[in-house]
Design a protein around this ligand. Sequence first.
Ligand SMILES: [Zn+2]
Length: 566
Amino acid sequence: MSGCRSFYFLSGIFLGIICLFLTAGCGGSSDALLADIIFVNGHIVTMDENNPEVEAMAVRAGKIIAVGTTEEMERSFFYPELVDLKGKTLMPGIIESHGHLLTLGESFLKLNVMGVETPDEVVEKVKEQLQNIPTGQWLIGWGWDDGAWADNYPTNEKLNAVSPDNPTLLNGLHGFALWANDKALEIAGITKDTPNPPNGIIFKDVQTGRPTGILKDQAQQLLTKYIPPLSRQQLEEALRLAIDECVRYGCTSVHEAKTSGEMVEVFKNLKKKDELKSRIYVMLDGADAELIDPYLRKGPVIDPDHMLTIRCIKIFVDGALGSRGAAMLKPYSDAPEETGEIVTTEDELYSLTKRALQKGLQMAIHAIGDRGNRITLNAFRRALKEVPKAKDHRLRLEHAQVVALEDISQFAPLGVVLSMQPPHATSDMGWAETRVGPERIKGAYAWRSFADSGVHLTLNSDFPGETLNPFYGMYAALTRQSPEGEPAGGWYPEQCLTREEVLRGYTVEAAYSGFEEGIKGQIKPGMLADLIVLSDDILMISPREFLSLEVEQTYLGGKLVYEKEK
Ligand SMILES: [Zn+2]
């Protein structure tokens, strides 16, 4: 590092004095400017088409103020801090445009059975966990595969045997079914006489009529409402743990895809304490009328610090494909009597979207099946027609997992942003075609078809149902293969994306999906200094090598918020 070689020639005495007292030294010519930190000798992937790769950059007050060569930065700036990247790759921080921080955070507080292969092994885990829990207290677990086990859901006899006195509830990985013991069902008053609620199923033994412990879709709420709520302290702890996990994977922004009022308060509090390590883009839980009403009257709350922005409402139109809750135009190929469930009707969606558009709020709609997606398309079209002033609305379609082929080209002309999850395709590819058949599968996880239609396409993980590791998602998008490399050549490989599309999906396009492309997703002057240093060159490694790519450092607004242990 150069010393203060030009110090005595400074025309600005003030800068010189600052420089003199800085321990890390400084460079700069007589008319040099002050930076807080400069990054030099790097391979900086900017995601800026006009200047795609640079060597160095300068940061001040949380923003990038210059990019160029190492020599240029050292000559042009006084800097108290210098990061020598030693040839490492640095890129804009990942913008995780659809995730569930609370579910992830709670999973750290709950018994985690993700990846456990059989119901018997789950029961074993419950038995072990009970040794640490007083009799009578709730045991909450999470992560059994309600998608993969949907054809043969477990029953609760063995769960009852190991846990007779502690109400025990195990949430499914994808949130569409839960598995509970009799003690929990008893507390909720669920018996053989309890009827199915609308859009929900209480699984019962065919012979005895006794509930088997599986509650699907809306039936889950019959039980979950009895779980003692997290205290504010536990909620804060859960969100803090989840955000820590995000920055470990380089996510400097997270779009929280179902935010309650209490979560908003916790985010505000963390921001106030300067403990928010990732920027939060809130999608308010649209099922909570009391929560969204004030925003529908007053409009979005856009944070001048860009730490906590509230301008989006999330609504579910249907369920998931694995549990056959996704609403289909025609019956499921493997269940001819089922077509899925509509949670929000087209008219409801239309009128809420209209109100949101009038106030400059964004809507983000969970739609999985071709009927769910058709309803969303129709509702968007009707609402946009009635609010023509809402030109830059960026209405979002979350998932768009199975879309009728004739509908795929309909979203781009409306200006709808597609938010898709590459890991869903590779997780579901073992059974998705069984659900929808050989024709409808052509419009499933159809990233290439959507990209070619000209839509804005943001990519994300929908964690914690899938790992939040963005490089895993990138691998899935590039290959449509499992981590083991199956199937050879990829599953419907014509739908793979290019490396450039993939990188843009997690940066530039993700920023666009939150109206933030002017401040995030690229490395150029004026952008927030949200940056990640990688273990390898993301432009040169093979798709398989994305699986072992790691984040070594994460910077938020130029401040180090994560560093991998050496
Ligand atoms: Zn989600």
